[in-house]
Design a protein around this ligand. Structure first.
Ligand SMILES: NC(=O)c1ccc[n+]([C@@H]2O[C@H](COP(=O)([O-])OP(=O)(O)OC[C@H]3O[C@@H](n4cnc5c(N)ncnc54)[C@H](O)[C@@H]3O)[C@@H](O)[C@H]2O)c1
Length: 332
């Protein structure tokens, strides 16, 4: 299996790359931003390509040169940058995905895994949120309420079109709320879980005024990587889109409790109530992951304690191996 990871130097791409390396593979990481900070520990075990998903010719060359058989397509703009620059977000999201699907069609790629999001469902309300939390399943209506979600829906539809029309093996994974090393630095407001962990690590007092009772399906990035790996190699799954989460709800207080056990001197204060993001799009929910269990063999490996411990350990390891761009020499 020769895997191309687009957006390979991002939060999820780095963890997927690390998993593939641990399986004895040497993935190709294509990114338009040569920031090695999240892959400092595996930089010699992967192929690094500075490239852009908007460049079809470049993609063709990478796929041919590295004899790529599978593509994990992660490159995208996050919700904030997408809202600030809709043209660029559409270009990278939709245009970049067409380029990936076209190269997959032309080169008989065995599987394209696309990283989608719960943003396709839009606002989560009614019985699927507090206090019932009826699980969210794949076949409920898609009503995206932000540009990021609109782009994910569009890319999924295109992937399905290529699947049906050209037999491109396209699978889309819709992730719940992800936490993982690097997310705080890169995604700011979207990474409250990461902020909580990293503030405690650096000895800061943490005060979150409200939201301590809000349940949400918080997924450690290690399970994101495993799900992508399983989807890359799954033989003939019966459906092409899967919810990937933990299937359970946790609160910020649960996070605080685990952190308090690891750092007994941590100072964390979390107020009661719901909605810790304070009035933004309501998307707290718990995913039904039964289809991924049945068809991909996916089940979450990380409970909160294991996820938080691995988060802390990864941040420490990456800091100790911190690289600066100046030390990087691009391979042809
Ligand atoms: N982080 C989450 O909570 C979450 C949740 C659901 C889905 N996802 C999806 O997972 C994927 C990866 O997310 P992430 O958290 O790793 O984001 P990230 O921002 O850390 O990584 C994305 C990477 O894509 C690269 N990129 C952007 N435009 C590019 C282009 N034109 N060509 C090549 N590379 C380009 C960026 O430089 C970045 O390294 C995205 O598709 C995202 O929508 C993320």
């Amino acid at each position: 299996m020769n895997v191309l990871i687009t957006g390979g130097m991002g939060v999820n791409g780095a963890v997927l790359a690390r998993l593939l390396v641990s399986k004895g593979l040497r993935p190709v990481l294509l990114d338009n931003r040569m920031d090695l900070s999240l892959i400092a520990d595996i930089k010699n075990d992967v192929n690094l390509v500075e490239g852009d998903v908007l460049d079809p010719h470049g993609l063709e060359m990478v796929v041919a040169d590295y004899k790529i058989s599978h593509i994990a397509h992660l490159a995208a703009l996050m919700p904030g940058p997408a809202e600030s620059d809709p043209r660029l977000a559409m270009k990278i999201g939709v245009g970049g995905t067409v380029n990936i699907l076209e190269v997959a069609r032309a080169r008989n790629i065995q599987r394209v895994v696309f990283t989608s999001s719960k943003a396709v469902y839009g606002e989560i309300t009614g019985e699927q949120t507090h206090p019932d939390y009826v699980p969210v399943f794949e076949f409920q209506p898609q009503r995206p309420v932000d540009l990021y979600g609109v782009i994910k829906v569009c890319c999924e539809s295109m992937g399905n079109y290529y699947r049906e029309r050209y037999r491109v093996e396209f699978v889309s994974l819709r992730f719940s709320s992800i936490y993982g090393p690097g997310k705080q630095a890169r995604h700011g407001v979207l990474s409250l879980y990461g902020q909580l962990i990293e503030d405690v690590m650096s000895g800061k007092e943490v005060v979150i005024p409200c939201g301590g009772d809000q349940l949400n399906d918080a997924l450690y990035v290690g399970d994101v990587a495993r799900a992508i790996f399983l989807a890359l190699k799954a033989e003939s799954p019966r459906q092409w889109t899967f919810n990937i989460g933990t299937g359970k709800g946790v609160t910020l207080r649960d996070f605080a409790q685990v952190l308090g056990n690891i750092y007994p001197s941590a100072r964390i204060e979390i107020g009661p109530g719901l909605d810790f993001r304070k009035g933004e799009k309501q998307s707290y929910c718990i995913f039904n992951i039964s289809k991924a269990r049945e068809q991909l063999g996916y089940s979450p490996d990380y409970d909160l304690e294991r996820g938080i411990k691995e988060y802390i350990e990864t941040i420490r390891r990456l800091r100790s191996k911190a690289l600066s761009l100046r030390h990087y020499h691009r391979r042809p």
